[in-house]
Design a protein around this ligand. Structure first.
Ligand code: UDP
Length: 312
């Protein structure tokens, strides 16, 4: 089997490339390195069947040879990244998705698109089920990401219904683990690097907003199972263990043994107040898939990664 992974040098993309190689697949990893990092795949370069190509998927993409699967993971994905790159974010979710769908159609490949819990916006339904249509502000700062992903989902379904392309849509909830960028601005890398450097921990708002954090290996296993399933409609993948951001910050401080204090800062515009996946469909459709890694264990592994990145 031969797969293309766009965004393959990113946090999730690189873990996915590795999983596919471990299954004995050939992998073409495509990335423009705007938020991806060659460091995430340097251990894969030289492995049998692995190839890296530096390409922007919003341009015409050409992949010689046969392809059985396409995993479309290219996109800035952290709030500060998509605020910095709003137009690239919209382009990769629209033009980029169009290019990979065209490629899937030409190659007869199955395409799995990385969607997001952000399609639910600041959700009025809790926990979020896949049949909830969401509460998104199209003209707010997060609109560039949320609407690009919503457009991507619509385009994927159009290619599926109109051209009969085999497609899968995964709605990814907050995920953490090794290979997150220390400076990507998300809660976990921010809190861990602040704790390790003895700086103040920056909680936004009063910290009462909730998120549910999934360890990367659990997420990748769910995505793998979804790609091999028959389900074309969106499936949530994430960990339903919900906590407030304040509790999360306290957990990181405790785990690192840091003396950092928690400080409170203005809440970014349109920051969702609550988020927790309803994973009933994933459990039913994906052979009882369920997150396995407890938060503390996942955080320890991530902490070791960040310590080595910081040379500690
Ligand atoms: N957050 C925070 N301090 C930070 C970074 C993030 O309190 O330094 C909050 C953020 O406002 C949000 C939550 O943590 O409520 C999760 O943010 P993240 O950027 O990780 O991802 P999101 O779930 O918002 O996409």
């Amino acid at each position: 089997m031969r797969a293309l992974v766009t965004g393959g040098a990113g946090f999730l993309g690189s873990h996915l490339c590795e999983k596919l190689l471990d299954k004995g697949w050939e992998v073409v990893c495509m990335d423009n390195l705007s938020t991806g990092d060659l460091g995430n795949i340097e251990h894969l370069i030289g492995r049998d069947g692995f190839k890296f190509v530096m390409v922007d998927v919003t341009d015409f993409i050409h992949v010689p040879g046969e392809l059985h699967r396409i995993f479309h993971f290219a996109s800035p994905a952290s709030p500060i990244d998509y605020l910095k790159m709003p137009i690239q974010t919209m382009k990769v979710g629209s033009l980029g998705t169009h290019k990979v769908l065209g490629l899937a159609r030409a190659k007869g490949a199955r395409l799995l698109m990385a969607s997001t819990s952000e399609v639910y916006g600041d959700p009025a339904v809790h926990p979020q089920t896949e049949d909830y249509w969401g509460n998104v502000n199209p003209v707010g700062p997060r609109g560039v990401y949320d609407e690009a992903k919503r457009f991507s989902e619509a385009l994927v379904m159009a290619y599926h219904r109109y051209h009969g392309v085999e497609t899968r849509i995964v709605r990814i909830f907050n995920t953490y683990g090794p290979r997150m960028r220390l400076d990507d601005g998300r809660a976990l890398p921010a809190f861990m690097s602040q704790a390790l450097k003895g700086q103040d921990i920056t909680v936004f708002g009063d910290g009462s907003q909730t998120r549910s954090f999934c360890y990367v290996n659990d997420l990748i296993e769910g995505i793998w199972r979804l790609s091999e399933s028959d389900e074309a409609m969106p499936v949530n993948i994430g960990n339903p263990h919900e906590m407030t951001i304040k509790e999360f910050a306290e957990t990181v401080v405790k785990l690192t043994g840091s003396k950092s204090s928690i400080t409170y800062h203005p809440l970014p515009e349109d920051d969702p107040k609550q988020r927790r996946p309803d994973i009933t469909r994933a459990r039913e459709l994906l052979d009882g898939w369920e997150p396995q890694v407890p938060l503390e264990q996942g955080l320890r592994t991530t902490l070791e990664y960040f310590q080595s990145k910081l040379g500690l």
